[in-house]
Design a protein. Structure first.
Length: 385
């Protein structure tokens, strides 16, 4: 079976990380500032640092893309802030500037823009409108790292990139925050310096787990593991979620209030310096070849101008049937490629609004030419019914 995804890190990089954890010259890597910004434990931690710096009054309103991981909404809530959702368009994977303007009140302080699935939404009108109303702009690019191809809108105050376990250019945990607002930058650094350093052993454990996941996601082992789970009556999605969840448990604030250890920082800096966009281009080309077999009505982000296809979702009225069909033919599709949720409010009742419950994520990362052709034919046959 073709896995739904594979870790974007080599065995060599994982062993390098383990060496960083054991080496004596850790002090050389303690500096969490880079020429690009601030290295922190996660995008969740980054959002917490930025909100701590901004120190908005309780009850202040933050405009948000209405789909994100639940922890991001929980962090806003922990800071006493109200999330005001803006609907995502399934074709552009962007938000509507007119709807945004209608949502702005005298109590609105900022907007959190979330780029989903590897697609970069057009932020021009959004950021211009935010600046018109003196709103802070925070870009969440956790799913959209592409190296220097996109560094955030130059007028955004903060741009956050994730290197979590299943992300592009992963370092298993870690994030990079870029700042175009020097005041927020200095305050965030100050707050970050007050956090304790995460134990090196915790990061080393993540590295060892990554070795297991790398082995598990080889095609033969993955197929056997899938059959084992099915024979035991286990929910395959639940089993995999247990492996890949970055911050398991409900108390997210307790888990994110740390600085990364020196070994983690060393691996982040190494991966940034040695980053090669070749894997992204391969993934993007794979996705485009698969998508050419599909009707436009099932494509997500068909009008988006740049999509690196971190994941490849398609829309269907019967997700369970499509998943079963693809798995029976050797491709592990899923509805749970990430832990995204949609918060209520801001719905447009438009047929073009993105609906998570209708999405199925198609494996795209590790396909060869014959796999691409086979998957394309299978999808074409399914949607022709």
């Amino acid at each position: 079976m073709i896995p739904r995804g594979k870790l974007d890190i080599t065995y060599a990089a994982i062993f390098r990380g383990l060496l960083y954890c054991m080496s004596a010259d850790k002090a050389d890597r303690q500096n969490r500032e880079t020429n690009d910004g601030l290295i922190c434990l996660s995008v969740r931690t980054g959002l917490h640092l930025v909100l701590s710096a901004l120190n908005y009054p309780p009850g202040s309103e933050i405009l948000v893309t209405n789909i994100n991981i639940p922890d991001m909404f929980n962090i806003l809530d922990a800071h006493g802030l109200k999330s005001v959702p803006l609907a995502l368009n399934k074709n552009t994977l962007g938000i509507n500037a007119e709807e945004m303007e209608n949502a702005i009140t005298p109590n609105t302080r900022a907007i959190l823009i979330t780029h989903l699935f590897g697609a970069i939404m057009d932020t021009g009108k959004i950021v211009a409108l935010a600046k018109k109303h003196n709103l802070t702009v925070i870009e969440d690019c956790a799913q959209a790292f592409t190296g220097d191809a996109y560094r955030g809108n130059p007028l955004s105050d903060v741009v956050m990139f994730s290197f979590g376990l299943i992300k592009t250019n992963t370092t298993l945990t870690g994030a990079l925050l870029k700042f175009n607002n020097n005041w927020i930058y200095k305050k965030a650094i100050t707050f970050n310096s007050t956090l304790p350093v995460q134990l090196t052993g915790i990061f080393a454990k993540k590295l060892r787990k990554a070795l297991i996941i790398k082995l598990l996601t080889t095609n033969v082992v993955y197929t056997l593991f899938y059959k084992f789970c099915m024979a035991g009556g286990r929910d395959f999605d639940d089993v995999l979620a247990g492996f890949t969840k970055g911050f398991p448990g409900a108390e997210v604030m307790e888990k994110i209030r740390f600085r990364p250890c020196a070994g983690n920082i060393g691996l982040i800096k190494y991966r940034l310096e040695s980053f090669n966009s070749g894997n992204i281009e391969k993934r993007r080309n794979n996705a485009l070849q698969i998508l050419q077999h599909l009707p436009r009505s099932v494509k997500i982000g068909s009008l988006n101008n740049y999509n690196s296809h971190w994941v490849l979702p398609v829309e269907t009225a019967n997700p369970a049937k499509l998943i079963a069909y693809l798995r029976a033919n050797g491709f592990d599709a899923t509805q749970r490629a990430s832990s995204l949720v949609k918060i209520t409010g801001g719905e447009t009742n438009s047929p073009d609004e993105l609906k998570l419950e209708s999405l199925v994520y198609i494996p795209v990362q590790s396909l060869n030419k014959s796999g691409i052709n086979k998957l394309g034919v299978l999808l074409k046959q399914f949607f022709a019914r």
